[in-house]
Ligand binder design. Structure first.
Ligand SMILES: C[S@@+](CC[C@H](N)C(=O)[O-])C[C@H]1O[C@@H](n2cnc3c(N)ncnc32)[C@H](O)[C@@H]1O
Length: 437
């Protein structure tokens, strides 16, 4: 096994390890990530070879790159000694390569002069190739971690690493987070989901090329366009036809066109998820969504609040046709319990996903009443990740489940129903000031 250093992006530290874990599982790479520390953006790991390193990080969103680790130390003197001891045998291989040096520093930085001096000191590597800052054969990076005490700026790093770049991630190589930034997207709405976390959700859900991804609450299609970025074929549905059709000549389909992924857009349809019309043998590899919690959108299903009144309507006739059989008939809708919708979602996933298929969805929870038993469970689905993004008085959690075969015996649980938790919507609009039950 060889040593590598992963450099993380300084974003969503609670999701970084999970993303790598999911990618390792996707590509069948055995790796120990237990040294991960949320407070620093560097992680030493062991892998078989560079191919594994490339596969692990290539499509990551929260990692920036992976480096073959040549040495580490707490001072520059120690670092240089360690490089000589650990990596002398590697020097000859890169002797004639064009190269550049880079610095990646966390919570501090050397002056330009000091950096020049450090690079000069690396002459013992014996690199005789041309320096090429734009397209070097090899990039050698010095990583520095500084310790900050209060407001005081640290001048000397407390930990150093030196590595040869093996693979930059999708985030850096293709600027994917910026590419999918909502500010640059023509069709968005109040429910559009943050691009970075949509992409991370896709990685955790094992979205793959040419596989079918379904978002049953598609809205403006945030997860679908992100999934297309990873090569998936996408289908969505939403009860609100206005969301799907868009406005001013922009809609989900034009977003796909703008990203150059139209061939990966199957379609979206107006449909109540609880009256699902997808044929039962239609293969769905991944379900990924942000269900309606009532904050920016209503949770409604087809049906009449007042059955007697609705029964009267059945005899309504418009232009000689029974009103509810006309194509332009707008079906009545009634409110529905979120807990029941989540039951429906897990049940749907348990039946429609293939073994190993993943369901990923976001669920908001109030911080003062959170109990782990609130997380819904289904006996055929293993909860793989429960990752929290915290806001002031509430959090939203990304829950990722894997469909298991018959030998798996999980529990079925609906915490929202069992604990009789007040609707998230109600608590959100009252500033979480009242009791949750
Ligand atoms: C939180 S939004 C999801 C937004 C979406 N991720 C986006 O990128 O815009 C929830 C969506 O669920 C839809 N919805 C509400 N009840 C539904 C139901 N019974 N069946 C299908 N969609 C429903 C709403 O119209 C809304 O667009």
């Amino acid at each position: 096994m060889k040593s590598y250093l992963v450099q993380f992006a300084q974003a969503h530290p609670k999701f970084r390890k999970a993303e790598l874990e999911a990618l390792a599982e996707l590509y069948n790479i055995p790796v120990d990530l237990s040294k991960h520390n949320e407070s620093i953006p560097f992680l030493e790991i062991k892998l078989k070879d560079d191919d594994q390193a490339r596969a692990l990080v290539s499509r990551a969103i929260l990692s920036k790159g992976i480096y073959e680790l040549w040495g580490s130390g707490t001072t520059y003197e120690n670092l240089f000694k360690d490089i000589r001891e650990q990596s002398q045998s590697k020097f000859a291989q890169y002797k004639n390569s064009s190269f550049k040096f880079e610095f990646e520093s966390f919570k501090g930085r050397q002056s330009h002069e000091a950096q020049m001096e450090i690079m000069e000191s690396l002459s013992f590597l014996g690199l005789k190739g041309r320096i090429n800052l734009k397209t070097p054969d090899e990039t050698f990076t010095i990583f520095e971690e500084y310790q900050v005490y209060g407001m005081e700026k640290a001048h000397t790093p407390k930990q150093l690493w030196f590595g040869r770049l093996v693979q930059l991630s999708e985030r850096i190589r293709n600027n994917i987070v910026e590419k999918y930034d909502l500010k640059k997207r023509s069709y968005i709405g109040t429910t559009s989901f943050d691009a970075e976390l949509s992409l991370v959700s896709c990685n955790l859900a094992h979205v793959q090329e040419q596989r079918i991804v379904y978002d049953p609450f598609a809205g403006t299609g945030s997860f679908l366009v992100a999934a297309a970025g990873f090569g998936a074929l996408n289908i969505g549905s939403d009860i609100d036809t206005r969301m799907l059709s868009g406005k001013d000549n922009v809609n989900i389909a034009t977003n796909f066109k703008d990203y150059g992924t139209s061939t990966q857009f199957i379609d979206v349809m107006t449909m109540d998820f609880t009256h699902n019309a997808l044929r039962s043998n239609f293969v769905i590899d991944t379900i990924i969504c942000d269900p309606p919690y009532g904050v920016r959108e209503g949770l409604r299903v087809l049906g009449a609040k007042n059955k007697e009144k609705a029964a009267g309507r059945e005899t309504n006739v418009v232009n000689g046709e029974i009103a509810h059989l006309r194509r332009d008939f707008i079906h009545p809708k009634k409110p529905y319990e979120l807990s029941s919708l989540l039951d429906d979602l897990l049940q749907f996933a348990s039946v429609r996903l293939p073994i190993g298929g993943r369901l990923a969805f976001w669920m908001p929870t109030a911080n003062d009443d959170f109990e782990i038993t609130l997380i819904p469970q289904h006996k055929c689905l293993e909860l793989k990740f429960n990752l929290e993004q915290q806001f002031n008085k509430w959090s939203r959690r990304l829950l990722v489940y894997v469909k298991r075969d018959q030998s798996y015996i999980g529990e079925t649980r609906n915490g929202l129903k069992e604990l009789n938790i007040k609707s998230f919507r109600e608590r959100y609009f009252h500033g979480f000031s009242e009791s949750s039950r």
